[in-house]
Ligand binder design. Structure first.
Ligand code: AMP
Length: 249
């Protein structure tokens, strides 16, 4: 069974994002970019399924700018076998990505597609669900545990107040949540090996997919600055301030 893992190149999670001066979005020029953290978890899960003998090949796919090939190489250094880069604008909308992924899925014929639950730049949390809808496949989103056996995948989903177990007939869509696993670091020898793994580049325009933007960003702004806190000396002073200043008790 082949596993396809879509991965997105996003502003590194350690970087404090800066809003562009014209308020049209978040600054990405000259900013450290990395693999979306949930996609690292998705890659790790796919590689583990291959190591267990459940999967035979792991293919990573990114839709984005040329530099996304660095992100794909990182995924291959973690253990993915090969990569597909679909060149498009930076940060395409989830529906456009899902349509592109549908074409890739038709070509690759995987048993499982494992995505991240959301990309930390736009926090859309939509691509996996849209892809499942376009393909008519079952979906196990927010996966905290994944087990593949007998043509099915059992997914333990993280939901409010606990977990929910679903069993999906393969092929299926899974989206990775934080607790699914702890992604490995790529070792130097594996980083070197990844440079020689196959990376195919396609153009979004050649895939016959309508990627017209349907969302308009009206404006992007920094959150309001929070007032600094104060230190109180005693519990009675704290109670007095909560009662008379904050008026919460
Ligand atoms: P989102 O719906 O944008 O929050 O993204 C959810 C997941 O879809 C991500 O964690 C990735 O696995 C995948 N994804 C989103 N955008 C892209 C992209 N441009 N290229 C490849 N995969 C993507």
């Amino acid at each position: 069974m082949k596993i396809v893992v879509p991965i997105k190149r996003v502003v590194d999670y350690n970087i404090k994002p800066r809003v562009k001066p014209d308020g049209s979005g978040v600054e990405t020029t000259g900013v450290k970019m990395s693999m979306n953290p949930f996609d690292e978890i998705a890659v790790e899960e796919a590689v583990r399924l291959k190591e267990k003998g459940v999967a035979t090949e792991v293919v990573v796919v990114s839709v984005g700018v040329q530099q996304a090939q660095d992100t794909l190489r990182t995924a291959m250094a973690m253990g993915a076998d090969r990569a597909v880069l679909v060149l498009s604008e930076e940060s395409p909308e989830p529906l456009a990505v899902a349509k592109v992924l549908k074409v890739i899925v038709a070509k690759e014929d995987p048993g499982l597609v494992i995505l991240g639950k959301q990309a930390i730049d736009d926090d859309m949390n939509a691509t996996g669900q849209m892809l499942a809808g376009l393909l008519g496949w079952g979906q196990g989103t927010f996966a905290g545990n994944v087990e593949v056996a007998d043509g099915k995948v059992k997914v333990s989903r993280e939901i409010d107040g606990g977990t929910e177990d679903v069993s999906l007939v393969l092929p299926a869509i899974v989206t990775a949540d934080l607790r699914l696993n702890e992604p490995r670091y790529a070792s130097l020898p594996n980083i070197m090996k990844a440079k020689k793994k196959p990376l195919e580049t396609l153009n979004v325009a050649d895939l016959g997919v309508d990627t017209t933007r349907r969302l308009t960003i009206v404006s992007v702004a920094e959150p309001a600055e929070r007032k600094a806190g104060i230190k109180v000396e005693t519990v009675s002073e704290l109670v007095e301030k909560l009662r008379n200043e904050a008026k919460v008790i």
